[in-house]
Write a protein that binds this ligand. Structure first.
Ligand code: F6R
Length: 364
């Protein structure tokens, strides 16, 4: 079943190109997003004043990517809510709000209850779900199934990338319907999206380099993931992955926020994984990296350049294939998954079965 891989997790990391292709291809017609096979009429995407995305854990972090992408394109408020919080809050939802719930299993109880609450306020509920016929899929007005195939490893990998890819299709559709994107722009956007599987293959080819660099991580007590904008949303997923399978305390910070307290935790040799793929904040992130480097951090830097102009700002540079800013997260997240996987294996742990965790959380 593991097709020759030592663990399900690494098998599933390598399955991501096919999983994305399976998820997006049936929803692209004439290089435009098309949800007719999902039975969703265009009217569903009209008249949306605001969007709330509700989920737990990794699915919520995919939602954070979706939020940034959709809000930047649509210029309407998009909020991400933790399902276990949302369900006990007073929801600020009207019949013009769209609520998108995200779940690999489709059975996470907090996400399901959040959906049930949202259903009381709006008919515009949409789920992004991997498991066919699951409760969340059944109870939302519409469902966009991701086609990741079964995810066995407890730590989610391919489910995250297909959820993010679905958000990109969705964002493009909303922007088109609401005249926030021209057909030409949409063509270009969908063209890039459909090339993502090839770019991920290129990133996967660097797996053995990532394995080498994690040799140092196995002794770490703490690690920090820093970035800005879309890179920051990704850092949250990177930190979660490392925590859950390698038991290293890891946190994600918006790079500009470090100096408001957290930088006090940086001391000699602390691993900092920094991502700088977004052009409009590139120089800002680089100066944040200088601040942690000056305090002794061991910096692994992910950028889309072949070589960085000033190599002294980091200890290890990982070069990602060059791609439009908005899409770089699909490359960087694969590096994060590999860092978590090889650190776990390097510590002699079983990444498929992390302690205290279950694949599907059907209790509160
Ligand atoms: C982390 C992980 C969890 C799940 C979360 C939601 O690797 O897998 O954080 O993402 O429990 O699960 P679903 O997506 O099934 O609702």
């Amino acid at each position: 079943q593991k097709d020759g891989y030592p663990h399900f997790m690494i098998k599933e990391i390598h399955e991501q190109p096919q999983a994305i292709t399976r998820t997006i291809t049936p929803r692209i017609k004439d290089m435009l997003p098309d949800f007719s096979e999902d039975g969703i009429p265009d009217s569903f995407f009209e008249d949306v004043n605001d969007i709330t995305i509700v989920a737990c854990g990794t699915a919520m972090y995919a939602g954070m990517v979706g939020k940034t992408m959709i809000q930047n394109r649509l210029h309407i408020p998009v909020t991400v809510a933790i399902a276990s919080e949302f369900r006990y809050e007073e929801p600020v939802i009207t019949d013009k709000s769209m609520v998108i719930v995200v779940s690999q299993s489709g059975e996470t109880i907090d996400t399901l209850e959040a959906l049930r609450l949202a259903n009381k306020y709006t008919k515009k509920t949409l789920s992004i779900v991997n498991v066919k016929g699951s409760s969340i899929a059944r109870e939302s007005s519409y469902v966009l199934y991701t086609h990741a195939g079964p995810e066995i490893a407890v730590a989610s990998t391919k489910a995250y990338t297909v959820q993010a890819a679905t958000f990109y299709l969705l964002g493009c559709k909303l922007a088109l319907v609401q005249n926030k994107m021209s057909v030409e722009e949409a063509h270009e956007f969908i063209q890039t999206l459909s090339e993502i599987p090839n770019y991920i293959e290129e990133v996967l080819a660097q797996a053995s380099n990532v394995e080498q660099l994690t040799k140092r991580m196995t002794n770490a007590a703490n690690a920090f993931f820093i970035g800005r904008g879309l890179d920051y949303t990704l850092c949250m997923e990177g930190a979660l992955k490392l925590k859950e399978i390698s038991y290293i305390h890891a946190e994600a910070y918006a790079a500009g926020e470090l100096k408001h307290g957290t930088i006090a935790l940086i001391s000699e040799g602390v691993p900092v994984i920094a991502v700088a793929t977004q052009k409009h904040v590139y120089s800002k992130v680089i100066s944040n990296i200088r601040e942690v480097k000056a305090r002794g951090a061991y910096v692994t830097l992910l950028t889309r350049e072949k070589e960085i102009t000033d190599p002294s700002i980091c200890d290890v540079h990982i070069s990602l294939p060059d791609i439009a800013d908005e899409f770089a997260i699909f490359e960087a997240v694969v590096i994060f998954q590999l860092i978590a996987y090889y650190t776990s294996v390097g510590k002699g742990l079983n990444p498929d079965q992390p302690r205290n965790l279950a694949k599907s959380v059907t209790v509160e």
